[in-house]
Design a protein around this ligand. Structure first.
Ligand SMILES: Nc1nc2c(ncn2[C@@H]2O[C@H](COP(=O)(O)OP(=O)(O)OP(=O)(O)O)[C@@H](O)[C@H]2O)c(=O)[nH]1
Ligand SMILES: [Mg+2]
Length: 445
């Protein structure tokens, strides 16, 4: 398994509620005991939890289905079914959970979001013990448990760091991080040595410290995906400050001033406002230059950077020269910048997600107290949401829906008679077998 994974696609499913039970109290010499069927237990929720010890989504790399437990059915003697256990999915801080079908953000596990319920389990069905009335002493029905919900989600890790290192491959970003922090990124003299983000805590004297992210090198076209640029740029979306590293020695045959503008163009091209993040430029590998060459390069860099308010620091990550000054400037600048962590807002409400995620069971029951049949379930709810029952066509569609989904069969099985009332989410209808179900006194109108 790869040690670092920053994206995964999984199915999550909450537990179904347990069914209510139908039974009657029985004892020797006691005839016709009352109803004693217990309630079903509730189904487990799916909950995302930030685990401080994780820094990768590797656990979810293989996808698959993650399921909370179903509630158990109610039992005899007023026995309530056991609730289904919740499912806790541990993720690293900074994981954004999206609905796979639409890409909408469900929750960003950052900031205050340490533990968030994403799918609720179905409620437990009520047992027949609740349905005894003076007129109906032997109710032969109970409520089925609420349905489970299932949805496919995308998990995306956007690391949380104060400062992001950007620049072409091989300019010395990882060398800077390794010298400045406790992090031990791989360093080598070839491009794309760094394959995934590393975080390091940079601690300076006077109690100043910040978290710096080293990401893989960027190349022209990164914003359009070249060299996996998009994947990498994602990780600097939350940083407050960018440390833009260039190779001042030009030893790879490139020009640092031109490199700077190529990378800046990619940042703008990415589209999440990366070009707005303040920058500090580090001109690295200066120990390879003569005094004169060094001044020439710095003058050219400053000519383009300083008018834009971007300071330039000459350094050598290898000898350590200039590093202290650079890091101090980074710490000071970072402290000036607004401290609010960027937390992405949800784009889909949990209720909506839940409705869309309904596994589609439809409950059909008889309400003894109200003397009517009841049809409910999220799918019915949704169907009513887009059907106009007042139109001829809409009503015909509705009838067909009830028939196709076995609702009419289930009403018949419960013993429905012509003229009986059926309730569906605030609508009431009179049932007539010949026409399946007829337009009745709709209490909503
Ligand atoms: N001469 C000299 N070489 C340096 C300096 N800083 C880094 N290097 C060398 O440059 C090469 C690349 O360094 P890395 O830190 O791996 O570069 P990077 O920017 O992280 O590269 P990618 O991860 O591929 O994007 C290594 O051989 C380093 O030893 C420096 O200040 N002077
Ligand atoms: Mg590197």
């Amino acid at each position: 398994m790869p040690d670092f994974v920053d994206r995964a696609r999984i199915f999550i499913k909450s537990g179904k509620g347990g069914d209510g039970h139908v039974s009657f109290y029985r004892e020797k010499f006691v005839a016709n005991g009352g109803p004693d069927g217990g309630d079903g237990g509730r189904g487990g929720d799916v909950i995302f939890v930030v685990d401080q010890g994780l820094n990768s989504l590797a656990d979810y790399h293989y996808g698959g289905k993650y399921k909370a437990e179903n509630g158990q059915d109610g039992g005899r003697k007023r026995c309530t079914g056991k609730s289904g256990a919740d499912l806790e999915l541990k993720v690293p801080e900074g994981t954004v959970v999206r609905e796979a079908s639409t890409g909408r953000v469900i929750v960003d596990m950052s900031g205050e979001n340490r533990r968030v319920t994403v799918l609720k389990g179905g409620r437990g069905g009520t047992g027949n013990m609740h349905y005894a009335t003076s007129t109906m002493q032997a109710p032969h029905y109970a409520k089925p448990g609420g349905e489970a919900s299932e949805v496919e989600v995308l998990l995306e890790l956007k690391v949380i760091a104060d400062v992001g290192l950007v620049g072409f491959p091989n300019v010395g970003k990882s060398t800077i991080l390794s010298r400045a922090s406790n992090a031990k990124p791989k360093i080598a003299g070839y491009p794309f040595t760094t394959l995934h983000p590393h975080l390091g805590v940079v601690s300076l004297e006077e109690g100043k410290s910040f978290v710096m992210a080293d990401i893989p090198g960027l190349i022209e076209g990164a914003a359009d995906g070249a060299g996996l640029g998009k994947e990498f740029l994602r990780h600097i979306e939350r940083t407050r400050l960018l440390l833009h590293v260039v190779d001042a020695s030009g030893m790879e045959g490139r020009d640092p001033v031109q490199d700077l503008s190529v990378i800046n163009r990619e940042l703008s091209g990415y589209g999440a406002g990366l070009e707005q993040i303040p920058q500090i430029v580090a001109a690295n590998k200066t120990e390879l230059l003569s005094e004169a060459e060094r001044e020439e390069v710095l003058d050219r860099l400053r000519a383009v950077c300083e008018p834009a308010g971007v300071p330039v620091y000459p350094i050598s990550a290898v000898t350590g020269e200039g590093l202290k000054e650079l890091l101090y400037a980074v710490a000071v600048k970072r402290e000036e910048l607004p401290g609010e962590l960027v937390v992405f807002s949800p784009e889909v409400e949990r209720e909506e997600l839940q409705a869309a995620a309904a596994t589609g069971e439809i409950d059909v029951s008889y309400d003894e107290k109200e003397h009517m049949y009841v049809v409910e379930g999220t799918r019915i709810d949704r169907m009513l949401g887009y059907t106009n029952l007042d139109s001829e066509k809409g009503f015909a569609f509705f009838q067909k829906f009830l028939k196709d989904n076995g609702v009419l069969d289930r009403l018949n099985a419960l013993g429905i008679q012509d003229g009986d009332t059926v309730r569906l989410y605030g609508h009431q209808f009179d049932y007539y077998h010949s026409e399946d179900i007829s337009h009745g006194n709709d209490i909503d109108q």
